[in-house]
Design a protein around this ligand. Structure first.
Ligand code: NAP
Length: 284
């Protein structure tokens, strides 16, 4: 049996074991993922014991995505530039490799929805870890401009400066407040809006990070919150005639990419989607 784990704190009811185990079963692989709650004070001990633990890979969630990097012998360039990893692979001799599949997953979710990134202007709400991966990828994929809109403006400014340097994109990224006239102006010229804040997440599912009046046809709206699947933002986007891409898509694709890294397989996304939707309380 090849073993994998998802680590985080608090781990809550992680969907990762359900979707990976459904995939392993569909692929006929003798693999299993378990959930391991690792508090910040326990991360050092977990990471030091990982090479000899028998685990072949780890999915990493909040709050460990940045801290795990220091334990890894190799860091894939994207994860290094983002400064965070959500995927660890235990290689030969217990050497740890760090990868970030969030960025590629966000790009795939947009691509599969028919959204062209190159040459378009985007607004990303949030300046946390997920926003960082998504903004990095949008800039790398040739977005004409990325406006980072955040409640705490100083965090958006710091992220914008950092990504401008890391991506050589200083003129293509800017920070704006998370509400008000500057956000309105940024949205008026944007083709893509991504919510990478936790606003709208259960149990505060009735909230949206953007007034409905700012949404319009021609805008592609991706909400990376996936519980609930249909967030208030997505419902508002649909009503306004905008394209709406649920956070389940990014979540599925980041997991599929993890299996490509761990096992070299093409993960059965539809099987994983069914497991995710049923885990989230809906069935296909
Ligand atoms: P994080 O690092 O903690 O960042 C949270 C962000 O949300 C910050 O920008 C924060 O703004 C903002 N925020 C929180 N509460 C807010 C409020 N009431 N009003 C306005 N802004 C608020 O978290 P993260 O790792 O980036 O994750 C963000 C969300 O994405 C979470 O809901 C997570 O579950 C989801 N996520 C989904 C996927 C997926 O695959 N679909 C992957 C990763 C993450 P301040 O800076 O002002 O505090």
């Amino acid at each position: 049996m090849t073993r994998y784990a998802v680590i985080g704190w608090p781990l809550g009811h992680s969907m990762s074991p359900a979707i990976h185990n459904a995939s392993f079963e569909a692929l006929g692989l003798s693999c299993r993922m378990e959930a391991v709650a690792v508090p910040p004070a326990g991360l050092d001990a977990f990471m030091r014991s990982l090479p000899s633990s028998g685990l072949c890979g780890v999915a990493v969630t909040i709050p460990h995505k940045a801290a795990v990097l220091t334990y890894c012998a190799s860091v894939e360039p994207g994860a290094g530039k983002i400064g965070a990893a959500n995927t660890l692979a235990v290689g030969e001799g217990g050497n740890l490799g760090a990868h970030n599949t969030d960025a590629a997953a966000a790009a795939r979710a947009l691509r599969e929805a028919g959204v062209e990134v190159a040459g378009r202007r985007a607004v990303v709400l949030g300046a946390g870890g997920a926003a960082r991966a998504i903004c990095y990828r949008l800039l790398r994929d040739g977005a004409a401009h990325v406006a980072i809109a955040n409640r705490t403006l100083s965090r958006a400014e710091a992220l914008g400066r950092d990504l401008g340097r890391v991506c050589g994109a200083a003129g293509r990224v800017a920070a704006v407040p998370g509400s008000g006239a500057a956000l309105e102006e940024a949205l008026a010229s944007a083709g893509i809006l991504v919510n990478a804040t936790s606003v709208g997440m259960s149990p505060r599912a009735g909230e949206s990070p953007v007034p409905r009046a700012l949404l319009r046809a021609g805008l592609a709206v991706m909400d990376i919150v996936y519980n609930p699947i249909e967030t208030r933002l997505l419902a508002d986007a649909r009503r306004a005639g905008a394209a709406a891409i649920p956070g389940t898509e990014m979540f599925l694709y980041q997991a599929a990419e993890q299996e490509r890294i761990w096992l070299g397989v093409e993960a059965p996304v539809e099987v994983m989607r069914k497991a995710l939707l049923s885990g989230l309380g809906r069935s296909l």
